[in-house]
Structures are given as C-alpha cells and as structure tokens.
Design a protein around this ligand. Structure first.
Ligand code: MN
Length: 201
C-alpha cells in the first residue's frame, strides 16, 4: 500500500518495447521494473521515520549529498532522480539533431554539433565503472560531464539537460561489453532533443 509521504516512481514515458531494436523491451523491463523500482523502494524504506520523510526527492538529494552518515539515502534518492531524467532523455522519435535554439547553443559552446557528439561519446565511454554522461548548462554555456555511481549534476550548481546511463545494467543484455556501440546508437537514434531543449528554460 502506498503512503502519501512516499517517493513515487513516475510511469515510463514510452512503452517497454518502444525503443527496440536499440534498447530491448527486456532491458527496459529489468531497468525500469527492477533497478529503478528498487531504488524507489529502498529510499522509501531508508527515509521512513527520519527527518527526510515527506520532503521532495530533490530536497532529499540536496540535503544528503556529501554527508557520509546519509550515503545510503543519497545514493538511492539520486538514482531515482537520475533514472527518471534518463527515461525522459530517450524517445522512439529521438536522435538526429536538436532544433534551432538548442543547436545554436551547442555550436556556441562546443564549436560544432560534431565536436559535442565526440565529447559526450568520449565521456560516456571513459566513465570508469558505473555512472552517467550528461549535457548540462553551466551559467550561460553548455558542457559535457560524467559522474560516477549515483552522483548527479543536480547538486553541482549546473542545470542538467540530458543524460545517458552507462551502468552495465543499461546495456549489457543488448550490447554485452560493447558500451561504445550502445552510446553511439542511443545518440544517433534515441536522444530526446525536445526534452533537452525544454530544460534550457
Ligand atoms: Mn540504470
């Protein structure tokens, strides 16, 4: 039974099989239904009866980041947020190039769209172990970041626009150890540029 003070898992913004063949329904089923849900269940268990119960997910993340006594709450809360942001960063109609405003911003910040693609691909490929690759707005400029484990730019004074999950559970069933193939194909076919552009505001 759900409690009104609990953190909830938003619905997937697409059907489980909508991203095939780039990401299989099986991967999405496990990733959303087991991994993402697991973080939601765990954070609710951990905050129950604490000062964090009833706060928004963002507040919990910001109040626990960097605090060694709250590592478990931070990790699970940030993973809930990162995954919801990741689902929104994907679309069956995605890939290609962003529209005018975001494209102009990317060209101003990176020199060209191709340079940006190279940078985010490199960040996603070289994140050692589990983590995330991001496009963020830092002040008035866009930049690429990578974060390990559950770390999120949300706590780093920058505005996330887009992310790619590079934990092995995101691609192993479909691509095994070939993370670069997963990253390249997601960028070419699934990246939701409309979502990224909506985060500019
Ligand atoms: Mn994941």
């Amino acid at each position: 039974m759900s409690h009104h003070n609990q953190i909830t898992q938003p619905s997937l913004p697409f059907a489980e099989n909508a991203l095939e063949p780039v990401i299989s329904a099986k991967t999405i089923g496990f990733h959303y239904g087991k991994h993402h849900k697991g973080y939601v269940d765990k954070v609710n268990k951990l905050i129950s009866g604490t000062e964090f119960e009833g706060l928004s997910l963002e507040e919990i993340i910001k109040k626990t980041v960097g605090k060694s006594e709250h590592t478990g709450i931070f990790n699970n809360a940030a993973q809930v947020w990162n995954h919801t942001f990741f689902w929104n960063s994907l679309s069956s109609n995605g890939g290609g190039e962003p529209s005018d405003v975001l494209m102009k911003k990317i060209e101003e910040s990176f020199g060209s769209f191709d340079v940006f693609l190279k940078e985010i691909t490199e960040a996603a490929k070289t994140q050692f172990g589990s983590g995330w690759a991001w496009l963020v707005m830092d002040g008035n400029k866009l930049k690429v970041m990578k974060t390990p484990n559950a770390e999120t730019p949300l706590t780093m004074g920058v505005k996330p626009l887009l992310t790619i999950d590079v934990w092995e559970h995101a691609y192993y069933l479909d691509y095994q150890n070939k993370r670069p193939d997963y990253v390249t194909t997601v960028l070419e076919q699934l990246v939701n540029w409309d979502f990224a552009a909506s985060n500019l505001k």
